[in-house]
Design a protein around this ligand. Structure first.
Ligand SMILES: [Zn+2]
Length: 93
């Protein structure tokens, strides 16, 4: 097992290798599903860069600042309360 740097994120190898099935699926081990609260139907977001693929439980995040708390949808876009307040009070000319 080793560690790898993934952008600013430190990734830790946990010694699990899984084979893709013919439809491109893998099974996420039960222990990891428990640890990351992934249940049947949980949305999982897929991130990529030039080096690999990262899976993360999907959480709506603010399109402006990336915050995941106090998110509301406006025209199908996620915006946090702080950014919404900033937009509301933005001086118009
Ligand atoms: Zn925001």
């Amino acid at each position: 097992m080793g560690r790898a740097s993934y952008g600013g994120l430190r990734m830790k190898a946990i010694g699990i290798v899984r084979k893709l099935d013919r439809l491109g699926r893998i099974v996420i081990p039960m222990e990891l599903r428990r640890t990351y609260d992934l249940q049947i139907g949980s949305p999982v977001e897929i991130f990529v860069d030039g080096r690999g693929i990262v899976l993360r439980k999907h959480q709506p995040y603010c399109i402006f600042c990336g915050e995941t708390e106090d998110i509301m949808q406006i025209h199908e876009k996620n915006v946090c309360k702080a950014c919404l307040d900033a937009i509301r009070t933005y001086p118009l000319r």
